[in-house]
Design a protein around this ligand. Structure first.
Ligand SMILES: [Zn+2]
Length: 183
């Protein structure tokens, strides 16, 4: 969850924490700004199929609830780790997976394959809302106060005031409300 692209004109002063600059022939440029220097940038020849094995882009509006449901139906194990598998969906990190499940009122421990279509649809909508909200805002530790559930262990759920719980799934922290994400 580091780094963002900032548009501008070639030759303008570089922003603080600029890590890479792409100049275009029309005089515009894109600058990779990353205060923590954790982003990586891969450069490949044009037209090469990278065969990265990535699933659909989580931010792609063309990615449907039906596709998500099909992918989940063949999964073993709980929903939350499944959402972090980049082969199932690309670009949904640990924070946004937790936020999406909270928004869709889904227990992160629920078996991925047991999610019925109506709830898959809610989850797909929740992912879109969470990513919409994240886009355009520089995402730093300071912004965690804006999160609904992530990193809020012991704090009251923003919907029902129940203390948020933290568990570990597949080595990653999962935050959820035990009341409004009870199934
Ligand atoms: Zn709650």
């Amino acid at each position: 969850m580091n780094g963002e692209w900032e548009g501008g004109r070639v030759g303008a002063p570089l922003p603080r924490f600029a890590r890479a600059e792409l100049d275009f022939t029309d005089g515009t440029r894109l600058v990779l700004v990353d205060s923590r220097a954790l982003a990586t940038l891969d450069v490949h020849p044009a037209g090469v199929d990278l065969a990265l094995g990535l699933g659909p882009d989580a931010a792609d509006p063309a990615w449907t609830a039906e596709q998500l449901g099909e992918a989940l139906a063949s999964r073993r194990g709980p929903i939350k780790p499944a959402l972090l598998d980049q082969k199932l969906v690309a670009g949904l990190g640990n924070i946004y997976a937790a936020e999406s499940l909270w928004r869709a009122r889904i227990d992160p421990r629920l078996s991925a394959r047991e999610l019925v279509p109506s709830r898959v649809k809610k989850l797909r909508q929740a992912i879109a809302r969470v990513l919409d909200r994240a886009t355009g805002s520089r995402y730093t530790d300071d912004d965690r106060v804006k999160l609904d559930v992530y990193d809020r262990e012991g704090k009251p759920c923003r919907r029902c005031r129940t203390p948020i719980e933290r568990i570990v799934q597949a080595g990653r922290s999962t935050y959820f409300c035990p009341v409004c994400q009870a199934d």
